[in-house]
Every structure is written in structure tokens, then in C-alpha cells.
Design a binder for this molecule. Structure first.
Ligand code: SD4
Length: 313
């Protein structure tokens, strides 16, 4: 099976699964929240997994796999925009509320980096595997690498970029951006997943916040969970997800925690008007928070799309 037919088959299966699940009964004891509009099908899949008896870890993995499998998504999975050398490299992390975590970064040709991140967590003594080592681990686990060719859409965008080679990430290209997904099940167990092809036209070898525990994702059953999307460098400098969870540990609501994290990023970056970061958080009481620097950060709360409040505007 070549890469394109693999992607099309995966998406076909995912779409069918999502459609049938739309009509399933909703379960109010669970909460699933995720970044951007593509969070909606991801949440539907995650909630269906919970309803069908899956663990909260299964739910977050299944949720984001829907988005990874979409070849039209330009910032998650193998359909993502490439780096400046024309190569798609993927980052992903997964974490459970009992402080187990796994991640992969700078991997090529892996259809579901989130599943590989889960294998790192469950089958190795490590937390992060990178690049060739992560890919070798994937093969050892029976995951075959697919040829790392660009989709037509991604190739066209890269060819346009190559004409000027001007590196300036665009604010709110995020209609299809990194997916970070957080879930809490009816027993109060939490997990999170975060997966991305990273910033378009990044330097070859660049790794963002998404696979770094505490930056793009953090989960603690005792308190809550948080995940970020947007300019990863700013999130890495501030460990924004960890900061949000620790704020909740000190008594902040999820909304206050999100605002604290975004304000920290703003206070450390004089150029904050030039980039976007969005953050989501949940707590043990199943409350949620969402906040961003710029307007336009959409997120999915269970089966509903919402837009966050923002620092600017
Ligand atoms: C990264 N945070 O690699 C990811 C990508 C993203 O808006 O969310 N872009 O920096």
C-alpha cells in the first residue's frame, strides 16, 4: 500500500467511524477538549472510545489519530507542510495523569506518531525518542515507515515558499493546526495527547513544544491537565502547560491558569503581537479553560465548537 492510499484508507475508516459515532449517546461524566476545528471529529472519536469501555489513554490516542490520518490537514500527520528542505517531520507526545509520558520528535514517514509515543511510554524505560532512533524503534515494534512524499497540496505550498524563502510563521493559519487533546473519564482519570508536523518551513531538525512534556502537554490526576498550540519556541521558553497545571495546583481555575500561562508568554516576548499561542486546561472538577494571545483560537469542547477569549482583542 503506498502512502497516499494508506492515508485515504485511514481517513475513510476514520470518517465512517466518526459519522456513526455522532449519533451515539453522549456521556456527561466525561470531558474531552481539543484544539482547533479539527478537534471536533477527534473529540467524537475519543468520547466514543470512552463510551465503549476504552481507557482514557485509549481515548486520547484514538482521538488525535483521526486528525493524523487526514491528508488534507496541513499541520498534523503526514499531510503536513514540510520543513524548508521539503521534508515532513513529526512531533508527538502522550501523558497519563499518573505521570507516565512518552514522546517522539523529528520522525519521518510515521503515519501515527501518537501511537509511537505511546509505545515509547509503555515499552521503553525512556520518555523521548528522536529521529532515526525513534524510527528504528518503530520498525522494531512492527510499524512500517511509509515513503515520506509530500501531498500535492503541501508540495504546492512548499514550492510557493521556496520562491522567497521568507521564514515568518503566519498568525492563525491555525484553522488546521497542532492538535492537543485532553480527557477525563468518569472515574476522574486524565490523559492528554499532542501531535503535529510543527511549524511550516522550519529549519530541518527543529523540534517544537508538542513533544516536550511540560511545554506542549502536561497532565496530573491530582490537579488537572493543559495543552498548547502555536509558536512552540515561546511555549518551550515558558513551559506553559506545566505552568498552567501548577497554577491550578495553587488554586487557580482552569480559565485563570490559561490566562496566567498566556500572560507569562506575553511578558517574556516583546514581539508577542506577531505570533499566536492558544492553551486549553481542565481540572478534576471537570471545569475547563481556554485562552490565546490573538483572537481566533477555536477549540472543541465535547461535541461543540467554541472560540477562546484572547489577550489581544
Ligand atoms: C510547534 N506548537 O511545533 C507547534 C505547532 C503549532 O501553530 O501549534 N503551530 O511549534
Amino acid at each position: 500500500m503506498n502512502r497516499r492510499s494508506f492515508l485515504q484508507t485511514s481517513v475513510g475508516v476514520a470518517t465512517l467511524a466518526s459519522t456513526s459515532r455522532i449519533f451515539a449517546r453522549s456521556d456527561d461524566a466525561t470531558l474531552v477538549i481539543s484544539t482547533w476545528n479539527h478537534g471536533l471529529p477527534a473529540n467524537i472519536a475519543a468520547r466514543a472510545t470512552l463510551r465503549n469501555g476504552g481507557t482514557v489513554l485509549d481515548a486520547v490516542e484514538h482521538g488525535v489519530m483521526i486528525v493524523e490520518a487526514d491528508p488534507t490537514n496541513l499541520s498534523v500527520g503526514l499531510g503536513g507542510l514540510p520543513d524548508r528542505d521539503g521534508i515532513v517531520t513529526l512531533d508527538a507526545s502522550i501523558m497519563t495523569g499518573d505521570c507516565r509520558a512518552g514522546s517522539v520528535c523529528f520522525v519521518q514517514g510515521i503515519a501515527h506518531p501518537i501511537s509511537l509515543a505511546r509505545m515509547v511510554m509503555e515499552r521503553t524505560p525512556h520518555v523521548i525518542l528522536a529521529g532515526l532512533g525513534a524510527e528504528r524503534f518503530a520498525r522494531e515494534q512492527g510499524i512500517s515507515q511509509v515513503p515520506n512524499a509530500l501531498t500535492l497540496q503541501a508540495r504546492k505550498a512548499w514550492e510557493v515558499w521556496c520562491k522567497e524563502k521568507n521564514y515568518s510563521p503566519v498568525i492563525n493559519i491555525e484553522n488546521h493546526d497542532t492538535i492537543g487533546l485532553l480527557a477525563i473519564n468518569s472515574s476522574g482519570e486524565m490523559a492528554g495527547a499532542c501531535t503535529t508536523s510543527g511549524l511550516a518551513f522550519k529549519a530541518h531538525g527543529r523540534v517544537g513544544d508538542s513533544p516536550i512534556i511540560g511545554a506542549g502537554l502536561y497532565v496530573d490526576n491530582e490537579v488537572g491537565a493543559a495543552t498548547c498550540t502555536g509558536l512552540g519556541e515561546s511555549v518551550l521558553r515558558t513551559l506553559a502547560s506545566f505552568l498552567a497545571v501548577e497554577s491550578m495546583r495553587s488554586g487557580a481555575s482552569p480559565q485563570q491558569a490559561c490566562e496566567t500561562a498566556i500572560k507569562r508568554i506575553v511578558s517574556k516576548h516583546s514581539n508577542y503581537k506577531d505570533f499566536q499561542v492558544g492553551i486549553l486546561a481542565i481540572d478534576r472538577q471537570r471545569r475547563h479553560g481556554a485562552y490565546s494571545i490573538q483572537k481566533g483560537f477555536s477549540y472543541a469542547l465535547n461535541e461543540e465548537l467554541k472560540t477562546s477569549a484572547s489577550y489581544i482583542g
